[in-house]
Design a protein around this ligand. Structure first.
Ligand code: AHG
Ligand code: MN
Ligand code: MN
Length: 332
């Protein structure tokens, strides 16, 4: 038989998330495989949620759930579905002892008291986009618990501070579904191939541009922003920057991560501490964006330095390309 090259006969499908996680684990001799299993559980829940999101209009799962979360926001059916999907995957996986979710007031114990990890999660980010078929996502943040293994998880396990995150990431249910995460050694992005039911490495060692020309904020609130932010927005307009705001933190940050830009959710008159939540929105996104070479601040200090006292604490967030974030901080 004539010689042939494998690649011309069949193009390789690429590196699956599973294989990537396994290789990373093998490269770190101290790893026990528990974090790897946890990341796989997150990917499994992400696949299930993506299946539901992709058929939302057909499954009668759009619209309100009829309840409010502790922030007084109406819970959507998909908020609760995503919450249950992730909770179940993490409980059945066995590595996670407890979770904190945007959709529950207090800590949810999984029953796995032997679990070494706790997870904070925004199961569905960008709720207002659900019913109109616009991008939404999931944000997750993983800590190694400090309380003794075998006993109950306590609140301080979740209040260790942003620097103590072991891993963080997001799933974007957009024109394609992506899982992007960091374990503190850079950022990698995976795109879901529904025909194979697998995430494949598509954005290896993702880094964000230092500079950019996109600004993303809810400009309808401009009059209520701090004056420093108002000045910054005026500069953006004078410099003919591009305004882009999807209304889902993940989608806005993801776009800016790839293209260069800044996302701002500052304090407003109505929300003096900002709107976004430190534990499951700001900390994980700040960790990930910093790992990609970007920056995050609340306007006054590095976001990861903010002391956290309450599970559902809010914070202003300015995040994205380092030179733009610095420019905002200087005007603050
Ligand atoms: P969630 O859907 O998890 O409550 O988060 C929505 C957040 C964030 O994703 C988005 O950027 C922001 O709220 C939008 O708020 P405004 O509608 O006030 O612009
Ligand atoms: Mn959110
Ligand atoms: Mn949410």
């Amino acid at each position: 038989m004539a010689s042939y090259s494998e690649e011309t006969v069949a193009v390789p499908v690429g590196t699956t998330l599973d294989r990537f996680i396994k290789r990373r684990q093998q490269a770190s001799p101290a790893a026990t495989g528990e974090l790897s299993q946890l990341l796989r559980d997150i990917a499994l829940a992400a696949k299930i949620v993506q299946r539901e999101v992709s058929r939302a209009g057909l499954l009668a799962i759009t619209g309100g759930f009829g309840t409010e979360n502790q922030h007084g926001e109406a819970q959507q059916k998909l908020d609760m579905i995503a919450h249950v999907r992730f909770l179940r995957a993490l409980r059945n996986g066995g590595e996670v002892a407890a979770i904190v979710s945007e959709e529950e007031d207090s800590i949810v114990h999984t029953g796995n008291q032997q679990g070494k990890y706790v997870v904070a999660i925004d199961p569905l980010d960008g709720s207002s986009n659900i019913d109109v078929n616009v991008s939404i996502g999931t944000i997750f943040s993983i800590y190694r618990r400090q309380s003794p293994i075998g006993g109950p998880v306590v609140e301080s396990d979740f209040l260790q501070g942003g620097h103590q995150q072991v891993a963080a990431g997001y799933v974007l249910y957009g024109t394609s579904t992506m899982l992007v995460y960091t374990t503190g050694q850079g950022v990698n992005g995976f795109t879901y191939d529904g025909s194979l039911g697998e995430f494949f490495l598509s954005h290896a060692n993702l880094t964000t541009p230092v500079d950019g020309r996109i600004y993303s904020c809810n400009e309808g609130n401009l009059a209520d922003f701090p004056t420093g932010i108002q000045h910054y927005i005026s500069q953006c307009r004078e410099n003919r920057f591009t305004a882009r705001y999807i209304g889902a933190l993940i989608a806005d940050v993801h776009r800016n991560l790839l293209k260069g830009g800044v996302y701002l959710y500052p304090a407003t008159r109505q929300a003096p501490n900002g709107k976004l939540r430190l534990l499951y929105e700001c900390f994980p996104m700040a960790f990930l964006v910093e790992q990609a070479g970007g920056s995050a601040t609340d306007g006054r200090q590095r976001l990861l330095d903010i002391p956290i006292e309450k599970l559902h604490q809010r914070s202003p967030l300015i995040i994205g390309s380092t030179s733009l974030v610095n420019a905002v901080s200087q005007l603050y």
